[in-house]
Design a binder for this molecule. Structure first.
Ligand code: FEO
Length: 396
């Protein structure tokens, strides 16, 4: 049976949740599921905003048919061509063959690439408007948030911003639709941060650009393609986006990530962690061989300083740490203090090599007190640990 939620008198959510997906995009675990949002506007014309992932098409089409209530579907607006939102476009056209697609020029190219067929298109550019009857839609290009074709849409009557991937979150919605129907800060903010930093985190400049473009709009609600609709406390979430996109830490604190084969490097990392906590400094620790990189990257966007500890392995950085650091650097993290612990039984080299990766990032303040272990931490190194903790404390 259908399961829809009303947003305004004229706009209905017709999306669906997926709690069976193991890995979003094949990379990001989603243990709490994910939603694929689609919205139907009913005016003199009916307009659907995006479709859904192929995993949830059955529920989506039931929802759409119910929301249309026997009306014909006139238009599909495509705000994002990634297949988690566009996979159902051709099936939509089989069911509703008269639908015209409203999209940007880059979207039109991608439509042709994904689906080898002709489409009935109305192409729009930045600032164009489209009249649906009493509602007028305004198109706002949002390149690289998260793909180059992304197009946000502002409904001038209901003051809704259809924001594509921006302002989304991982996590199924479990009956809620609006962020104010859950304890978002307690239950969803971590997943929202993990979603933003891993999906869009590399494109901070482009996110800032579109935040500036939508800033003058009078927005009553933000309708993203994943997760909750925001109709209250918009500034809370927009402020998070401002920080994340500018690579400004949300909190002063130290993220410790370590790779340790036999526990000796971990021992040193914990010894520094204890010293930091004794100083009252917020400290989080992750074993990069155990915790998925997406979680540690999200924490990296949250905290102001990093301590990376790794054994030397085949004359390089331990494999899981090297993979993590390259992933972190690829997400363009910047404006952080960074310290290192290296270990090596015969030729410790991981400190210099880890620093080499972090030197590819901008605005990094390197802490020079690298601690070198020869196989294991020695009692004689207490002063080195104290100095490293003190240097981190001064630089968070
Ligand atoms: Fe949810 Fe970039 O797709």
């Amino acid at each position: 049976m259908h399961c829809v939620r009303k947003i305004t008198d004229d706009v209905v959510w017709v999306g669906a949740n997926d709690r069976r997906l193991a890995m979003f995009e094949g990379v990001y675990s989603v243990p709490r599921g994910v939603s694929y949002n689609s919205y139907l506007l009913t005016d003199e014309k009916t307009v659907l905003f995006d479709t859904v992932d192929k995993a949830v098409t059955a529920r989506f089409f039931e929802n759409l048919a119910f929301a249309l209530n026997g009306k014909k579907l006139d238009y599909l607006v495509i705000t994002h061509m990634e297949p988690d939102h566009s996979a159902s476009v051709t099936e939509l056209l089989l069911r509703y063959p008269d639908v015209k697609i409203i999209c940007g020029a880059k979207t039109a190219v991608m439509l042709g690439q994904f689906f080898e067929r002709e489409f009935d298109l109305i192409k729009v550019n930045e600032g164009d408007t489209f009249d649906c009857g009493s509602h007028t839609l305004k198109f706002i290009m949002a390149p690289m948030v998260h793909w180059p074709e992304v197009t946000m849409v502002y409904d001038e009557k209901d003051k809704l911003l259809f924001s594509a991937d921006a302002f989304g979150t991982f996590g199924a919605m479990n009956g809620a639709l609006f962020a104010d129907e859950v304890d978002f800060d307690r239950d969803y903010l971590d997943e929202a941060r993990r979603y933003y930093t891993n999906i869009v985190g590399k494109y901070g400049a482009q996110v800032i650009s579109v935040l500036n473009k939508v800033a003058p709009l009078d927005i009553s609600a933000i309708c993203p393609l994943h997760g909750f609709v925001w109709r209250k406390d918009l500034e809370y979430y927009i402020d998070k986006y401002k920080k994340w996109s500018a690579y400004v830490p949300e909190e002063k604190g130290v993220l410790i990530a370590y790779a340790s084969v036999y526990g000796n490097t971990e021992n040193a990392a914990e010894a520094v962690a204890s010293r930091l906590v004794e100083r009252g400094i917020k400290t989080v620790m992750y074993d990069v061989s155990v915790t998925p990189a997406s979680e540690i990257i999200a924490a990296a966007f949250r905290y102001s300083a990093f301590l990376f500890a790794s054994t030397t392995y085949n004359m390089g950085i331990f494999v899981t740490m090297e993979d993590f650091l390259r992933d972190l650097a690829a997400h363009a993290i910047k404006n952080r203090a960074v310290a290192f612990i290296e270990n090596g039984t015969w030729a410790p080299a991981s400190g210099k090599l880890m620093r080499g990766i972090m030197e590819t990032c901008k605005d990094i303040r390197f802490i020079e007190n690298t601690v070198t272990l020869k196989s294991s931490l020695k009692a004689s190194q207490e002063a080195e640990l104290d100095a490293l903790a003190a240097a981190l404390a001064e630089n968070i």
